[in-house]
Design a binder for this molecule. Structure first.
Ligand code: HEC
Ligand code: HEC
Ligand code: HEC
Ligand code: HEC
Ligand code: HEC
Ligand code: HEC
Ligand code: HEC
Length: 320
């Protein structure tokens, strides 16, 4: 009896050690947290609304409010593209001292292309092409380099979404939030001009059932040129060139197959027959959906009705 107890305790301990080391190895392999300890030095202050420090002059602990624009969401930071980075991979290492040296505000930040031009690992994103499209966009034409890639791609939370997400509603929310951060009352709304935050509902009052549309299409789907080479076109057009014709979407050749639904896995397309499957799964776009079974069934019913009519007519003639 005693031996059994000892053996089971030993077995339990073994199991515990095995699980512990498996979990431990996973976190080691998963290198997104590899700089978490280092970054905690910054998150201590930049991770919440309040920060505190010890003031050596007054010999007192001080608690102050953090500028809300300087608060970084650590959960989003560790789930984004650059999650394995140290803060000071992008920011100057002198930020480790507090108070920060005022001159640090003048530091030039790297652009996407500084790191990704000719970068083999991210070649599939065609960033050089995106850069060209972006230079043709209304934003760049109006503001030049003041409007940077970082204005849409928040350096602390940008995450590839459309390319990797099967659930279109997540993509729509994520992508539209980027635009709405300026074009509504979002966090950036007045950074460049008050008129960006014009009432979007009024600007689109020609569109019926607006709420439903904004839940089912992206701003980008109406506001960029449609080409097939890049996954997410960046050449945002002047408002006069935006899609306004209902049939552009509500028809068999819906533009949405070249934009929003471009990312849907080819697999589900070929299995269930081109666009029907993806569109039917997510929403019913009047005019764009064709269901072959329904089509055949309605033909059969139509045929049967005609045959019945003919029989009916013949019978009436015979009876007369
Ligand atoms: C003791 C709290 C504290 C710590 C630790 C801290 N910061 Fe700050 N940081 C602040 C405060 C307060 C401000 C805003 C006032 C200022 O500019 O000094 C700020 C501002 C900044 C700014 C914006 C500067 C500007 O005006 O453009 C950056 C960037 C920054 N910190 C990065 C970092 C990084 C990176 C780390 C970690 C290496 C870090 N901070 C650690 C308190 C802190
Ligand atoms: C991939 C590069 C990158 C990493 C990693 C990064 N930052 Fe930044 N950060 C930037 C850029 C670029 C800006 C300027 C954004 C802009 O101009 O719109 C910035 C701006 C800031 C600001 C000022 C916010 C503002 O609106 O001006 C603070 C504070 C800050 N970063 C803190 C941090 C902290 C803390 C970390 C680590 C947890 C960190 N950053 C990691 C690139 C980075
Ligand atoms: C300081 C250098 C640096 C800057 C600036 C930078 N990146 Fe990156 N980025 C990297 C590194 C390093 C990786 C990790 C992949 C790799 O090894 O190339 C990466 C990864 C990525 C990925 C791939 C994620 C994946 O898992 O496939 C994307 C997309 C990306 N960056 C987009 C951008 C965009 C957009 C910008 C500008 C808004 C930007 N990057 C700015 C260095 C940078
Ligand atoms: C007006 C806002 C805006 C600007 C400015 C912008 N982007 Fe984007 N970008 C987006 C949106 C929206 C997406 C789609 C995000 C998603 O769902 O993955 C995107 C996606 C991307 C992707 C991923 C594409 C893919 O194939 O998955 C890359 C890479 C990228 N942008 C790079 C850049 C670079 C480089 C710049 C500057 C030259 C830039 N972006 C400027 C809004 C913008
Ligand atoms: C169904 C297509 C469609 C969708 C979806 C759409 N737009 Fe528009 N948008 C248009 C058209 C067309 C115009 C030009 C309206 C006009 O002729 O007055 C426009 C106008 C605008 C303007 C200019 C407003 C002005 O009067 O200066 C902005 C900014 C804008 N849209 C941003 C957005 C944003 C942000 C979203 C996503 C939340 C979005 N749009 C979604 C088609 C669309
Ligand atoms: C950093 C803020 C910011 C972001 C993010 C942003 N915009 Fe803009 N956008 C502006 C400003 C500022 C203007 C010029 C407003 C004006 O002067 O009337 C503008 C103008 C526009 C216009 C109107 C062009 C015209 O002909 O008047 C459209 C359309 C537009 N943006 C679409 C978008 C879309 C789509 C997105 C998301 C992919 C987006 N914007 C993201 C700031 C932003
Ligand atoms: C960018 C593509 C796009 C454009 C342009 C567009 N729509 Fe839509 N529309 C959609 C999508 C996607 C839905 C699907 C919403 C759902 O039912 O899930 C929809 C839904 C609708 C519905 C609701 C159907 C229902 O089930 O209740 C009506 C009505 C409608 N659109 C009318 C219009 C009219 C009228 C126009 C032109 C003024 C227009 N749409 C322009 C994409 C578009």
């Amino acid at each position: 009896m005693k031996n059994n107890t000892v053996i089971s305790i030993l077995m339990l301990m073994g199991l515990f050690i095995a699980i512990h080391s498996a979990v431990g190895q996973d976190t080691l392999k998963d290198n997104k947290f590899k700089n978490a300890v280092e970054n905690h030095k910054c998150f201590k202050c930049h991770g919440q609304k309040y920060y505190s420090y010890y003031n050596e002059w007054t010999e007192k602990k001080v608690i102050k409010r953090m500028n809300p624009f300087y608060v970084i969401d650590s959960v989003k930071f560790y789930t984004q593209n650059h999650c394995s980075f140290k803060c000071i991979d992008c920011h100057d290492a002198d930020y480790e001292t507090f108070p920060h040296d005022g001159m640090l505000q003048m530091e030039g930040m790297s652009t996407c292309l500084d790191c990704h031009e000719d970068d083999e690992k991210t070649a599939k994103y065609h960033m050089e092409g995106i850069y060209k499209e972006y230079k043709a966009s209304v934003h760049f034409k109006k503001y030049g380099t003041v409007f940077s890639c970082w204005m849409c791609h928040d350096p602390h939370k940008y995450k590839v979404t459309a390319r990797e997400n099967e659930d279109i509603s997540n993509v729509i929310i994520y992508d539209n939030e980027m635009c709405l951060s300026c074009h509504s009352n979002g966090t950036n709304n007045t950074i460049l001009s008050d008129s960006a935050s014009k009432n979007m509902v009024a600007a689109h009052d020609w569109l019926p059932n607006q709420k439903l549309h904004f839940q089912n299409v992206r701003c980008l789907d109406c506001h960029v040129k449609i080409q097939n080479d890049s996954m997410v076109n960046h050449d945002i057009l002047p408002k006069k060139d935006a899609v306004k014709r209902c049939v552009d979407c509500h028809s068999k050749n819906t533009i949405l197959s070249a934009t929003l639904y471009k990312f849907q896995s080819k697999e589900s397309r070929s299995k269930l027959g081109f666009l029907n499957a993806t569109i039917l799964n997510n929403s019913y776009v009047v005019g764009a959906n064709r269901n072959h079974i329904l089509n055949k069934a309605s033909l059969i019913i139509f045929g049967l009705v005609i045959i019945l009519l003919i029989i009916h007519g013949i019978l009436r003639i015979i009876i007369k």
